[in-house]
Design a protein around this ligand. Structure first.
Ligand code: FES
Length: 123
């Protein structure tokens, strides 16, 4: 089962940055969105290396210093912003769990969340 939730508006996102969200109210960010101008991408905040580790070392720190890749602070895995594919690090070739996202005509950033699965792998 899935549900669509509004994460924010496009204006709430930095032009070339990332931001975490807690749409299921778990008390920590479980989803993050990366914006590249008019393009936005959303992923579960779970690194495929261990499957249940959040990526950033502090709130919203999902990108490298140049803003060119998503990085995991734990062991340095790097992921393509547009695809979530790991291009270097211990989970090379694996991918972040992408979340369907769309921006409404009014600028609302809407994510479709799977309510049965948070994207984490079983231990
Ligand atoms: S948990 Fe992300 S690189 Fe190891």
């Amino acid at each position: 089962m899935s549900k669509m939730v509004k994460l924010c508006t496009l204006e709430d996102l930095p032009e070339r940055g990332a931001r975490g969200f807690d749409p299921e109210q778990w008390g920590h960010d479980t989803v993050f969105v990366v914006r590249r101008g008019r393009f936005v991408y959303a992923y579960r905040d779970l690194c495929p290396h261990y499957g249940n580790t959040a990526l950033p070392w502090r709130k919203d720190a999902y990108l490298d210093t140049k803003g060119e890749a998503i990085v995991c602070a734990a062991h340095g895995a790097r992921f393509e912003i547009a695809t979530g594919l790991c291009t270097s690090g211990p989970c090379l070739g694996k991918s972040l769990v992408q979340i369907p996202l769309r921006v409404s005509n009014g600028g609302d950033v809407l994510a479709t969340l799977d309510t049965n699965n948070n994207g984490a792998e079983s231990p």
